[in-house]
Design a protein around this ligand. Structure first.
Ligand SMILES: *Cc1c(COP(=O)(O)O)cnc(C)c1O
Length: 383
């Protein structure tokens, strides 16, 4: 069988064996519902609250401010819709401030707030690296702003935003500030107090945890309208019986990735920079997208002139390399990514995008093989 190498850790990661072992008992022996009064329930509740304490500590908030959800997408939905609806009811604010480089979980939720709920959507500009300038937040924020949401580490181009600085501006204006940290939480030490954040979204499967579980961290919330109603679970903010095995898995994965950040990042940055240098050196008319330094440690993204990014992905896949373009477009009718064009990259160039994201299993040999494969594929596609 042909050797296959995975370079798409920003899409999802394998569950860490330690995380899997930690989860297993809660599928079978320890199956209780944390809302039950009896001992099965009590044991499940104890485990749930232990996981909550772990996650709260890692975010530097109190446990009653951790809301477990079904993933990054749901956390983003709860933060955006919940806060926008609450703020409009409370103070009449009806503007939502986001960027053009958000994940669809934010941008499509914001679009729905505009189309179906009558909110006004305003966009913060980004520079050529896809980064927000805090002074633009200052310019656009007003008493009409219901909330501000800005991606922490970009999934498509890897750029990390100056979240703490923006947070100060929002705090001075007393306006809720949310960040989607689904990519960032695997690689950057999280601290909602340091970052002056009101809300923060995390999903477990981007940091060697299971799919279908996430959390919304809340720090000094004004209030939220629940996204899901029913029982009183999760402080009345997210109804439904908690998924104990997945929540336990997430708390373990989050703890492991945060405590091993130093070691993991050193290795990732070394390999990432080797890949970036190799690609830019060997391939003419190739460009790095996103910030050259202030970027996620495992993230390399490029554009190549005169290349269809989808064909490039297919060529690479046929040689056993699983990469991504970072955007979802169809083969045959290439459409440039909004994120790339909003950074000022020309559509013709944006079509030739490639995203390579590495993980704790990636080796130097794999990076060398991939670099050569990208070079030969681009050359073939340009013929
Ligand atoms: C993956 C991702 C999401 C969605 O998270 P899920 O847990 O898959 O729902 C949201 N935002 C960003 C930046 C992501 O990378």
């Amino acid at each position: 069988m042909k050797k296959c190498t995975y370079f798409d850790y920003a899409a999802t990661t394998p569950v860490d064996p330690t995380v899997l072992q930690t989860m297993l008992p809660y599928f079978s022996d320890e199956f209780g519902n944390p809302s039950s009064i009896h001992r099965w329930g009590q044991r499940a509740e104890a485990v749930l609250e232990k996981a909550r304490v772990i996650c709260a500590k890692l975010l530097n908030i109190t446990p009653e401010n951790v809301v477990f959800t079904s993933g990054g997408t749901e956390s983003d939905n709860l933060a955006l819709r919940g806060s926008a609806l609450f703020q409009r009811k409370a103070i009449g604010a009806d503007e939502v401030l986001i960027t053009h480089v958000e994940h669809h979980a934010i941008s499509h939720t914001a679009r729905q707030l505009e189309a179906e709920f009558g909110f006004k959507l305003r966009f913060l500009p980004v520079n050529k690296y896809g980064m927000v300038d805090p002074s633009d937040v200052k310019k656009l924020i007003s008493s009409k702003t219901a909330l501000v949401s800005i991606i922490y580490g970009n999934n498509e181009v890897g750029t990390v935003n100056p979240i703490a600085e923006i947070g100060i501006i929002c705090r001075e204006m007393d306006i809720p500030f949310h960040s989607d940290a689904v990519q960032a939480a695997a690689h950057i030490t999280m601290d909602m107090v340091r970052d002056n954040l009101t809300m923060l979204s995390i999903g477990a499967h981007k940091m060697y945890g299971p799919k279908g579980v996430g959390l919304l961290g809340i720090n000094v919330s004004k209030g939220l309208i629940p996204a899901q109603t029913g029982g009183g679970q999760e402080f009345n903010l997210r109804a439904g019986t908690q998924n104990i095995p997945l929540i336990v898995g997430m708390s373990k994965a989050f703890e492991l990735s945060q405590t091993e950040i130093g070691n993991r990042n050193k290795n990732l940055i070394c390999l990432r920079d080797q890949l970036i240098a190799g690609v830019l050196d060997r391939i003419p008319d190739s460009f790095l997208t996103g910030h050259p330094e202030i970027r996620l440690p495992n993230h390399a993204s490029f554009v190549f002139s005169s290349v269809d990014g989808n064909r490039l992905l297919m060529y690479l896949d046929s040689q056993g390399f699983a990469c991504s373009s970072g955007s979802a477009c169809k083969v045959g009718s290439p459409k440039p990514s909004n994120v790339l064009t909003s950074m000022g990259i020309k559509p013709e160039l944006a079509i030739g995008s490639l995203r390579v994201t590495i993980g704790k299993e990636t080796t130097e040999d794999q990076i060398n093989d991939l670099t050569m494969a990208i070079e030969s594929s681009v050359r073939l596609l340009r013929k």
